[in-house]
Design a protein around this ligand. Structure first.
Ligand SMILES: Cc1cc2nc3c(=O)[nH]c(=O)nc-3n(C[C@H](O)[C@H](O)[C@H](O)COP(=O)(O)OP(=O)(O)OC[C@H]3O[C@@H](n4cnc5c(N)ncnc54)[C@H](O)[C@@H]3O)c2cc1C
Length: 406
């Protein structure tokens, strides 16, 4: 039998995390059932935005002091050198408490693997201090799933590259002050071998950003244009023309998403508690006790939450052995993002006609702050971002199962 209980060392660490939360986690950041998850991102406005902003700053400072803002990183770069299992315990507590997501961007982990000492010293500390905000310049209008066909050109000119071209779907480019981008440095080479991974400030002359508005009304991503943008050659991570492999490491980190499984279980708990308390018009039966009750569907979601957690634990155990999960990360990504969509569908269905209401002037008709209607819309894109579910299944089929390419 597999025993998922904490080992004695893990129990000691869990107690340390609990204690840290008790001492440092500001009450103003706690979630309640009526919180809208759209307010859960760091720095975004929510109810009482000033109070939350101040609390958010205070919480971030506590995490930075402890090194838990970058739990996996070496202490010399502001991290805490936690083991993957300790990171999981920390993430678990963060999700259980409904604490906002704070941390360092995945590009930091990529720099840690492929960057020079100078690059680590220059780029990692501002990430820890929350001074740099990064966006990802990978996709182009003609290159998404077939990313290696990208055309944004970088031509060497002395100690600089000069970049011309266009990226698309650049999440947060309008807020970012830094970008990591894949650019073509050798158009003659086979497509995977002429690409370089570059880091540069978004304030570099020649960069312009145009917003793309999503169907959930969010203004999450952008088109990003480069016109004669000069970037020092020393800002290339890894070897020039070998950036494809650096970019792939980044995607493996992005897809592993440790900790989301715990958050999903927490979401289900909140839904279950809300539905259990809901009564019919006469104040009798709970919604879950009625003949058309969604309880069997909720039971299915709980089974899936357990599967999601097991998949995450597999990724963690690989990281604990110093391995970078590849098709295992794809399994976690495809399962967890499709699972998010199923959770949103179950919740909106369970809440009936009001389930999809997301806002408006009559909050009494907006169950649980409208979070499920929002999640129903926003979860659609998660099976596309970071590589579509079809691409993940291709990775699992070919690299995981050894099946031939289609
Ligand atoms: C919310 C969100 C945030 C994003 N953020 C960023 C970002 O910050 N930076 C960035 O660079 N990009 C970002 N992207 C872009 C994302 O990486 C691409 O949308 C994704 O890789 C798919 O590319 P595409 O949109 O060009 O679709 P296409 O590649 O044109 O695919 C169209 C359809 O064909 C299918 N398909 C394509 N090839 C195959 C194949 N070989 N086998 C089977 N099916 C296939 C796909 O699965 C898909 O269903 C983001 C996307 C979303 C939705």
């Amino acid at each position: 039998m597999v025993d998922f209980a904490d080992s004695p060392e893990q129990a000691v660490f869990r107690a340390e995390v609990e204690n840290f939360f008790a001492q440092n986690f500001p009450a103003a950041l706690s979630v309640n059932d009526n919180d809208d998850p759209r307010t859960r991102e760091e720095g975004e406005d929510g109810p009482e935005p000033e109070v939350r902003k101040a609390a958010s700053k205070q919480w971030r400072a506590a995490l930075v002091d402890k090194g838990w803002i970058a739990p996996a990183w070496p202490k010399k770069y502001g991290g805490a050198e936690l083991s993957p299992m300790e990171q999981f315990i920390l993430n678990e507590t963060i999700a259980e408490r409904g604490a906002p997501r704070m941390g360092v961007p995945d590009v930091g982990s990529t720099i840690m693997v492929h960057g020079t000492e100078e690059q680590k010293a220059e780029f990692l500390p501002p990430m820890v201090r929350g001074e740099s905000r990064w966006c990802q310049g990978y996709s182009e209008p003609g290159s998404g799933s077939d990313l290696a066909s990208l055309q944004t050109r970088a031509i060497r000119d002395g100690d600089d590259f000069v970049i011309n071209g266009q990226k698309i779907w650049t999440s947060g480019a309008h807020l970012a002050n830094m970008i990591f981008a894949l650019v073509r440095t050798d158009p003659e080479a086979p497509k995977h071998r002429g690409i370089t991974y570059l880091l540069f400030p978004m304030t570099t002359p020649g960069i312009s950003v145009r917003p793309l508005v999503q169907m959930s009304d969010a203004r999450g991503f952008n088109e990003t244009f480069f016109e004669d943008v000069r970037v020092p050659v020393k800002n290339a991570v890894g070897e020039i023309n070998r950036g494809w492999y650096v970019g792939a490491t980044h995607l493996d980190f992005e897809r592993s998403s440790i900790g989301s499984a715990v958050g999903q279980m927490k979401m289900l708990d909140t839904l279950k508690d809300y539905l259990t308390k809901q009564r019919d018009a006469k104040g009798g039966q709970s919604r879950l006790g009625q003949p058309d009750s969604p309880r069997l569907e909720i039971a299915d979601r709980y089974i899936e939450a357990t599967v999601a957690k097991t998949l995450s634990q597999r990724v963690i155990s690989m990281q604990a052995r110093g391995l970078i999960p590849n098709h295992e990360a794809s399994m976690t990504k495809v399962f967890s993002t499709e699972f998010n969509q199923r959770i949103a569908r179950t919740a909106t269905k369970a809440l009936g006609l009001y389930g999809g209401v997301r806002g408006g002037d009559a909050p009494q008709y907006v169950p649980m702050g409208g979070r499920w209607g929002t999640m129903y819309l926003s979860s659609v894109s998660s099976t596309i971002a970071g590589g579509t579910s079809e691409i993940q299944r291709n990775v699992i089929a070919t690299r995981g199962l050894g099946l031939p390419r289609g």
